[in-house]
Design a protein around this ligand. Structure first.
Ligand code: GLY
Length: 550
């Protein structure tokens, strides 16, 4: 069987974006190519299996072209030099029988040995997936692009090389401001990705053995492959000194684990006395599933901490600060790229007002990070509540934010300060994400057709209430359908022009809470569409504005 690598060239032909690269069998031309890529912009890859430790990146592991050349010498007789990309890596694995692909949820590995993505590269210290099978920085569109590239690879092998590639195709991707870039293919499961993904298989509806048989022999199109709508977090316990000088022969004690069936043994042997002993590489991977990533991470952390021995693990994997820092990095990269080629050279800047957790802001952040709303940035987040979760969310994502206390001021006086702050931040439009204040007439006038609010019902019905009150009113009315409405803000509460509505059914056994859980995910989607509409209006108005007089 040919490996997926043979199809890479054909996939490139099919339009997949890849970094610039060149292969070398000697040192001839290596310095010139590194200089062409530019200081700080190259990656050196050793050929062959290195357990994920063969890649050295400019800036992270290599501080000069001379150091890169010294590493190239170590890698002879074969190495690859390629362009350094900036973005977030993610993995997309697919079962394939050579014709059909069944894709798995997107998953993110953590290659660096130490907290905060520091230290040497490893085989992978841990991985996570999210309940929607996307990642916090990855949109459905970006995931679909990556899946299409996996499909193009399998098709290229079949159509161009006459080979049916049957097995697992592992696509390693990077989301960059230029879009999704293909980094590598592996003709195998990823480790630890596999631990998350197989734990997530929905065994009620999917028989793994049947999937394997169909993958190997054909007929995958007729075999259902379902994954549970849960988040997962996997963490590896590794020997002290791993990966460069790992301890060996130390005792490993698993007796404290709550769910040993979710612990997977790696570099471990049993000695003659029956004691488990580490052999010098990643020792025990534990995985936990839960309704959301926070809970899955907390469980995985408890379990991996219960593995006793001369071991360490990365406690930051799957935790909110690290996950948010990845979204933040993508937001910064997208914002830096936003001005380039923005329609009419115009980046549209949003201000956000919120009094609560701001959950509906998260899909907007994800879309901005994924480049879906290219040329739109969030310039300021304001809250009237000092402890509002939305301010913490803004801080985690590196967004400028402030608490603006009311201090007994009149509505007009308070809103005037909000407008002043938004204007100072250059905001073109405003999103109200759980803003628990009625806005004054002057504010509504100043931001006419430029301020959006989301309401958790299909307006005009059930206007005026907030949160669970609205869902209770919908249930009391016995209507078959609910949803959310994004509307422009006008003086009449929830009375402004409707911009976008999203619908969902009301089910017979619904409670206000269950209905809220169905409506809330629609709010982010509706916001995104509405932002797209307002951004287009802002740009159109900017094009027709008369030039400023000097
Ligand atoms: N987790 C990276 C790999 O398996 O290659």
């Amino acid at each position: 069987m040919k490996t997926a690598a043979s199809a890479t060239v054909l996939v490139i032909g099919s339009g997949a974006r890849i970094p610039k690269f060149r292969e070398f069998l000697s040192m001839d031309g290596a310095r010139e190519y590194l200089e062409e890529l530019g200081e700080g912009n190259y990656v050196v890859k050793a050929d062959g299996f290195c357990g994920g430790k063969g890649v050295k990146v400019a800036g992270d592991h290599l501080s000069s072209i001379d150091e890169a050349l010294a590493y190239c010498e170590e890698c002879l007789p074969h190495f690859v030099l390629c362009e350094r990309l900036r973005g977030e890596e993610f993995s997309v694995l697919s079962f394939t029988d050579g014709e059909t692909l069944s894709h798995m949820p997107a998953v993110q590995d953590h290659k660096r040995a130490y907290e905060g993505d520091q230290g040497p590269n490893t085989g992978g210290m841990g991985t996570y997936t999210c309940e929607d099978h996307l990642l916090p920085f990855l949109s459905q569109k970006a995931l679909d692009e990556a899946r299409a590239i996996n499909g193009a690879c399998v098709r290229a092998l079949r159509c161009e090389l006459g080979e049916l590639y049957r097995g697992i195709l592992y696509g390693g991707y990077m989301l960059t401001p230029k879009g999704v870039m293909l980094i590598e293919f592996n003709a195998r499961f990823g480790d630890p990705e596999c631990i998350n993904l197989l734990a997530l298989l929905d065994h009620e509806r999917t028989d793994f053995l049947t999937v394997c048989e169909a993958t190997a022999s054909g007929g995958l199109a007729r075999v259902p492959v379902h994954f549970q709508p849960l988040a997962s977090c996997c963490k590896y316990a590794c020997p002290e000194g791993y990966p460069d000088t790992p301890l060996k022969g130390f005792e490993v004690d698993l007796s404290g684990l709550e769910s040993p069936e979710f612990a997977f043994l790696g570099a471990i042997d049993r000695d003659a006395a029956g004691t488990l002993r580490g052999t010098g590489s990643r020792a025990v991977g534990v995985v936990a599933l839960a309704a959301d990533l926070n809970s899955a991470e907390a469980r995985a952390e408890r379990e991996v901490s219960a593995v006793k021995g001369s071991l360490f693990h990365r406690s930051d994997i799957g935790k909110e600060p690290l996950v948010a820092s990845r979204v933040k990095r993508m937001l910064e990269l997208q914002a830096a790229a936003a001005a380039d080629g923005a329609p009419g050279g115009r980046v549209v800047r949003l201000g956000v007002l919120g009094s609560t957790r701001g959950s509906s802001l998260q899909p907007v952040l994800r879309a901005l990070a994924a480049g879906v709303l290219r040329h739109v940035t969030i310039n300021l987040v304001l809250s009237n509540k000092k402890d509002a979760g939305i301010l913490r969310r803004a801080a985690l994502h590196g967004l400028p934010h402030a608490h603006v206390p009311v201090n007994g001021r009149s509505r007009d006086a308070y809103d005037a300060e909000i407008t002043q702050r938004l204007e100072e931040a250059g905001c073109d439009a405003v999103l109200c994400v759980g803003w628990m204040r009625i806005l004054s007439a002057p504010f509504c006038m100043r931001w006419r057709q430029r301020a959006l609010n989301v309401h958790p019902s299909l307006l005009p019905a059930f206007a005026g209430g907030m949160d669970l009150e609205v869902h209770s009113a919908v249930l009391a009315a016995g209507v078959p359908e609910s949803g959310c409405t994004v509307h422009f803000i006008e003086e009449a509460v929830d009375g402004g022009q409707i911009v976008v509505q999203k619908r969902c059914p009301v089910l017979p056994l619904d409670t206000p809470e269950s209905l809220k859980a169905r409506v809330q995910p629609l709010e982010g989607v509706a916001f995104l569409e509405a932002i797209g509409i307002v951004a287009a209006q802002v740009r159109a108005a900017a094009c027709s504005d008369p030039p400023a007089l000097s």
